[in-house]
Design a binder for this molecule. Structure first.
Ligand code: NOJ
Length: 552
């Protein structure tokens, strides 16, 4: 039996937008617990929860003030314990999101650091440095924050004079920890144990490639310094540094000391699959998100190149691939694919707010999810994609919450458009997201058109995207070990231009990205298709559709 994490389907629960149990307009643990039967019926193997720790919520929980408490917005520690138990009872594993690169500025450590002297032990847990220039008024390096502006903020000394600067790769409210500090390392090992003792099955590591910094703090100078995606350089001062890998060797020993297979998944935006593979040795982490498809256009040649590159490198490393189409930081793929000739992430960003063919986007999204679920390895489902949800691109600026917008010099996209609360049932907002008699509307407004997209509506429709996901994941489970999942190698089959065709053991997959229907091989029966396909020999697979076949 293959290890569960090598081919798991993992559902990303963006907790504040999943289900609201107490009626305050924000999703919570109680809401999630009430919807576990839905997730079990969907057929996923595990849940990954975005951060639920105590937090001022400047960056939606990625600014943690206490790693051993659940934010009251989401519930209590006993609620969390109840959720872990309930999830396990539903056959679902649970992965938490650990945020080790930075804390909140409200974390006790950072408050202590601010109140302490420049050379104190309290400040040594973070990166405090003197500024440059005669009066220290220039930041210590030219590093930019990923959310825009400089990555340094100047402090004020107790006597009111300007003091040292501290590093924050993200918002100023997210000071970076110093991972050469032994206390920092011990503290996080203890936090891991705290939650592993409680029964969680693993962790997604936030900014896994960012923990250590070049102790010389060199300028980036002419080096490229875009977002996380551009962390493509050898010996980069703060991304993908060799020293970070040793931290994960310590973490792996901890996970392995627990019963059951407790796992890590790295959020590592590094140059390419070969750099990802460095994180995925048996002594380090188990898996990493493969972000290649996020920027890949709906194009057979580009997709095949991405698939081959990923599988080639990871197979050599002995690590399983993962396949990701969407998450809480990027434009939903139903929208990316709905922009006819511009479907890469970069293009989608450029074209934010321009017309989208929603029907086309949803159709391609179904074909894409059927394609990735036939590939070797595991897959991720970002909540709501099983309902075919599009990006909400017309949120008025008055409701935007993403801190990115405060620092970046752009009018959009902010990441709020993929974080709108889910529509569960009913004809008007909050569409069952909050209970009857809720005291507050959903924290982001839901489009009125989502009445067509509720889970309840789609459950009644055998041809809905939700029904497709359920049937797809059921079929995938049935064929694990007979080709799908972590099993058989992928063998490409010759096919017309624009068509991806491959065999995995007994299962054959066709994805038609060309502009004409394609003839399917004779002597096969259809296991499942993303659009109606005749079962007959020589049947045609329509454009923008995928099918799984087995020989009669
Ligand atoms: C990556 C997370 O996915 C994103 O939402 C967050 O803003 C940054 N890391 C900073 O923690």
């Amino acid at each position: 039996m293959s290890s569960w994490w090598r081919d798991a389907v993992i559902y990303q629960v963006y907790i504040r937008s999943f289900a609201d149990g107490n009626g305050d307009g924000v999703g919570d643990v109680a809401g999630l617990r009430s919807r576990l039967p839905y997730l079990a019926a969907l057929g996923v193997d595990a849940l990954w929860l975005n951060p639920w720790y105590a937090s001022p919520q400047v960056d939606a929980g990625y600014d943690v003030s206490d790693y051993r408490r659940v934010d009251p917005l989401f519930g209590t520690l006993p609620d969390a314990q109840g959720l872990i138990a309930d999830a396990h009872e539903h056959g679902l594993r649970l992965i938490l999101d650990i945020v080790p690169n930075h804390t909140s500025d409200q974390h006790a450590w950072f408050q202590e650091a601010l109140a302490s002297a420049p050379d104190s032990a309290a400040r040594a847990r973070y990166h405090f440095r003197a500024g440059r220039g005669v009066d220290g008024s220039q930041p210590p390096t030219d590093w930019p924050s990923i959310f825009g502006g400089p990555a340094w903020t100047r402090t004020v000394d107790p006597d009111g004079k300007p003091g040292d600067w501290y590093l924050h790769l993200f918002a100023p409210e997210q000071p970076d920890l110093n991972w050469t500090n032994a206390e920092v390392r011990r503290e996080f090992e203890d936090i891991l144990r705290f939650w592993l003792d409680m029964g969680v099955d693993g962790f997604r590591i936030d900014v896994a490639h960012g923990l250590t910094k070049d102790p010389a703090f060199p300028d980036l100078a002419s080096r490229e310094a875009g977002g996380m995606l551009d962390a493509a350089l050898d010996d980069h001062p703060y991304f993908d540094r060799d020293e970070t890998l040793a931290i994960y060797e310590d973490w792996r020993r901890i996970a392995d000391s627990y019963e059951g297979e407790r796992v890590f998944v790295a959020e590592a935006w590094v140059a390419d699959a070969s750099r990802v593979a460095r994180y995925l040795t048996p002594a380090r982490l188990h898996t990493a998100f493969n972000f290649g498809l996020l920027g890949c256009p709906w194009d057979a040649t580009a997709l095949r190149a991405e698939i081959d590159a990923t599988l080639g490198v990871l197979a050599a490393a002995g690590a399983p691939a993962t396949w990701v189409l969407s998450n809480h930081d990027v434009i939903r793929h139903a929208t990316r694919y709905g922009r006819r000739s511009h479907t890469s992430l970069a293009d989608a960003k450029r074209l934010y707010g321009t017309p989208v063919d929603h029907a086309l986007g949803e159709r391609r999204a179904r074909a894409a999810v059927q394609l990735i679920n036939a590939l070797p390895g595991g897959t991720y489902v970002y909540q709501g994609e099983e309902l075919g949800l599009p990006e909400v691109e017309d949120l008025p600026p008055s409701v935007w919450q993403d801190p990115n917008r405060h620092y970046a010099d752009h009018a959009g996209p902010v990441r709020d458009g993929c974080r709108v609360p889910l529509p569960w049932s009913g004809g008007t907002p909050p569409f069952g997201f909050s209970p009857e008699g809720a005291t507050a509307p959903p924290w982001l407004p839901q489009p009125a058109e989502w009445k067509e997209r509720t889970a309840a509506t789609q459950e009644q429709d055998a041809h809905s995207t939700l029904s497709h996901y359920r049937a797809l994941l059921r079929t995938r489970r049935e064929w694990l070990g007979r080709g799908l999942g972590d099993g058989a190698p992928l063998e490409w089959i010759e096919a017309p231009a624009g068509v991806l065709a491959f065999r995995r053991g007994e299962v054959v997959c066709y994805a038609n990205l060309s502009d004409a229907p394609v003839k399917l091989p004779a002597g096969h029966r259809v296991l499942i298709a993303s659009e109606a396909v005749e079962a007959a020999d020589g049947a045609l697979l329509p454009v923008d559709a995928s099918v799984w076949l087995v020989a009669e």
